[in-house]
Ligand binder design. Structure first.
Ligand code: ADP
Ligand code: MG
Length: 225
C-alpha cells in the first residue's frame, strides 16, 4: 500500500472575492523508498501539493491518505501528531531558529513531541549528514549547504515515513545543490522514506525515481525511471 496517496484532490483559495484553483483533480500515490521530483512553473501548485501531503493544509475536495489515514478526518490534536510523527519538512530557506545552536535546532521536534533521548538522536542525525562537531555552532556560523544539512538532520530526527522538500536547492550554488540532492537520494534509499521534492533543478530528474510534472494545478506527466 502507498504510504501517501492523493485521490482526486482539489484545492482552492478564496481571497478578496477571488478564487484561485491551486490544484485540480490531482491523484498520486507514493511508496516507501520512492523519490519523487515535482516540477513545473512557479504557481503551478507544487508547494500546495506538499502542504496537503504533510497535513499542513487540507483539500477542498478529494482525500489525502497519510499512512492510510485521511488527513481531513482528524481533529487538530491528531493532525498535529500525524505531522510530528510521520512527516519531515525541508524548506528552501532552511528555516532554522537563529537563537538556537545547531544541535538544539535538530533536537527541537523531539522536545516538542515530548520524546526522550532528544540529544542522542540529534547527534546521530548530525553525524549522518556529516556535521558532527558543528553541534555547538549557531546557524549564522554555517554555509548555506551546511544549514540545509542541519535542516535535513532536523527533518529526519523523528524517523518520519514521509519527507517533503520544497525547493531545497533553490538558495544554493550548483555544486552544493548536488550534495543536497545526493543526500536526499541516500536518505530515501537508506531510511525508505517516501520523499517528494518540489524543484526547478534539472539535475533532480537524474536522481529521482519518479518525475511528476504539474501544470496549472493538474498533473501533466508522470514519468517513472
Ligand atoms: N495561502 C494561499 N492563499 C491564496 N492563494 C494561494 C495560497 N497558496 C497558494 N496560492 C496560490 O495557488 C497557486 C499555486 O501556488 P503554489 O502551490 O505556491 O505554487 P508553486 O509552489 O508551484 O509555485 C498560485 O496561484 C498561488 O498564488
Ligand atoms: Mg512553491
Amino acid at each position: 500500500m502507498a504510504i501517501l496517496s492523493l485521490q482526486n484532490v482539489s484545492k482552492h483559495f478564496d481571497t478578496d472575492g477571488q478564487t484561485v484553483h491551486a490544484l485540480r483533480g490531482v491523484s498520486l500515490a507514493v511508496e516507501s523508498g520512492e523519490f519523487v521530483a515535482l516540477v513545473g512553473r512557479s504557481g503551478c501548485g507544487k508547494s500546495t501539493l506538499l502542504h496537503l501531503a504533510g497535513a499542513m493544509d487540507f483539500p477542498s475536495e478529494g482525500v489525502v491518505l497519510i499512512d492510510g489515514v485521511a488527513s481531513s478526518s482528524l481533529d487538530d490534536a491528531k493532525q498535529t501528531r500525524l505531522r510530528r510523527e510521520k512527516v519531515g519538512f525541508i524548506f528552501q530557506s532552511f528555516q532554522l531558529l537563529h537563537t538556537l545552536t545547531v544541535q538544539e535546532n535538530v533536537e527541537l521536534p523531539l522536545l516538542l513531541a515530548g520524546k526522550p533521548h532528544a540529544r542522542g538522536e540529534a547527534l546521530r542525525r548530525l553525524q549522518w549528514v556529516e556535521l558532527d562537531g558543528l553541534g555547538t555552532r549557531y546557524p549564522h556560523q554555517l554555509s548555506g549547504g551546511q544549514m540545509q544539512r542541519v535542516a535535513i538532520a532536523r527533518a529526519l530526527v523523528h524517523s518520519p515515513k514521509i519527507v517533503l522538500a520544497d525547493e531545497p536547492t533553490g538558495n544554493l550554488d550548483t555544486s552544493t545543490g548536488h550534495v543536497i540532492l545526493s543526500l536526499l537520494q541516500r536518505l530515501t534509499r537508506e531510511q525508505q522514506t517516501a520523499t517528494i521534492m518540489a524543484t526547478h533543478s534539472t539535475e533532480a530528474t537524474t536522481v529521482c525515481d519518479t518525475l511528476v510534472r504539474l501544470r496549472d494545478g493538474r498533473i501533466e506527466e508522470v514519468a517513472r525511471r
